[in-house]
Design a protein around this ligand. Structure first.
Ligand SMILES: [Fe+2]
Ligand SMILES: [Fe+2]
Length: 358
């Protein structure tokens, strides 16, 4: 198990032992300070997509992913200060799904907070979710770190309020991955103004951690790995010395560094999405991806899942992975090249070739 003042070796050793019995997409985020007495960790679970079938029946695979992640998080020693759930708790935003997700998350032995996902939002625009989990966006301070949770899955008013004959249809339109009727996600002007005012009170030296569901960067619009007003949100965050954005939604490993902001995706407990460049043959827009991972296989539920430890003491990407059927690897910011780099860079000839898109 991971230690509080874990070294990379301790973590990988512990994670390796865990991987022998299970490979769960639980992320542990460590905040390390010059004064190590102030160090703390929090855990992150995301994208469970609890799906109602009928009555008390739910899709078992998605249930099991969340149940196992919760159980394993409860076993962490020492204990994380809190747990974040990264959004897409439900599949189609139904009360049954949100209730069932709440029931499973209630088994956590820690306080937890939630991020809004599009699968939670587009049936009733987050109304029932709010009854269970509180406001759609909020901030708080914890041990000298300023945390912000955004609802990044809003979109244009016309699309939200006028286009669809029913709320169910709207939900279905947003639930697809490769959907030409989709509309780009955004944080929106109202929430950006709230963020601007929220950050005004925070010292530029204070570490800032932002939780969003979609990436606050533009990766691939066709699948909404995208936030329409990403640059505007980034501009509000750039003045701070260390900013770390942690996001779900993409169900795959991604990381990036833009100025002082590090971006870290966490994996899903439900299923892995394929990589845009391997499945859709689409160019993605991460400025520099140094870790072209083997493509995620949608037919293998644990592909591209595993443990990751995000070290956010510096505001630079530093993530340690222990993946299913993969080598332990570390992605760390290289001050000489000014970008995150992978310790186990995959040579192009060693990668699984892109699949044919039928
Ligand atoms: Fe998701
Ligand atoms: Fe999502």
């Amino acid at each position: 198990m991971c230690k509080f003042h874990t070294t990379r070796r301790d973590f990988l050793k512990g994670a390796g032992a865990l991987a022998a019995v299970s490979t769960l997409p639980v992320s542990l985020v460590e905040l390390a300070f010059a004064d190590t007495a102030k160090n703390f960790t929090f855990a992150y679970i995301s994208d469970s997509h609890i799906q109602h079938v009928k009555g008390t029946q739910f899709v078992r695979n998605w249930d099991r992913g969340l149940i196992r992640a919760v159980a394993e998080t409860n076993l962490l020693t020492p204990k994380p200060d809190f747990v974040m759930f990264g959004g897409d708790l439900a599949q189609l935003g139904k009360k049954e799904e949100l209730d069932h997700g709440a029931e499973l998350l209630a088994r956590l032995n820690y306080d937890f907070k939630c991020v809004m996902g599009e699968h939670d939002y587009y049936l009733d625009l987050g109304e029932y979710w709010s009854k269970l989990y509180g406001p759609h966006y909020y901030s708080w301070d914890h041990k000298g770190v300023h945390f912000v949770t955004l609802n990044s899955v809003l979109t244009y008013d016309e699309w939200t309020h006028e286009r669809w004959p029913s709320a169910e249809q709207r939900m279905l339109e947003m639930a697809g991955l490769d959907n030409p009727n989709g509309s780009p996600f955004m944080v929106g002007a109202k929430q950006r103004e709230w963020l601007r005012q929220d950050l005004e009170k925070v010292s530029r030296q204070t570490p800032v951690v932002v939780f969003s569901h979609s990436p606050i960067q533009k990766i691939y619009k066709g699948w909404n790995f995208w936030t329409e007003d990403a640059e505007d949100v980034q501009a509000l965050l750039q003045p701070f010395r260390d900013v770390t954005v942690v996001y779900g939604h993409v169900h795959q490993i991604q990381y990036n560094q833009i100025g002082n902001i590090s971006f870290n995706a966490v994996m899903a407990t439900a299923w892995p999405w394929p990589y845009p460049e391997s499945y859709a043959q689409a160019v993605h827009h991460l400025p520099k991806v140094t870790i072209p991972m083997n493509r995620a296989d949608p037919f293998f539920e644990r592909d591209a899942t595993g443990w990751q430890l995000i070290d956010i003491d510096t505001g630079r990407v530093s993530t340690k992975y222990n993946l299913y059927n993969n080598q332990n690897r570390v992605v760390a910011y290289n001050p000489e090249t000014g970008r995150p780099e992978d310790t186990v860079f995959q040579k192009p000839e060693a990668r699984i070739s892109p699949q044919v898109h039928y």
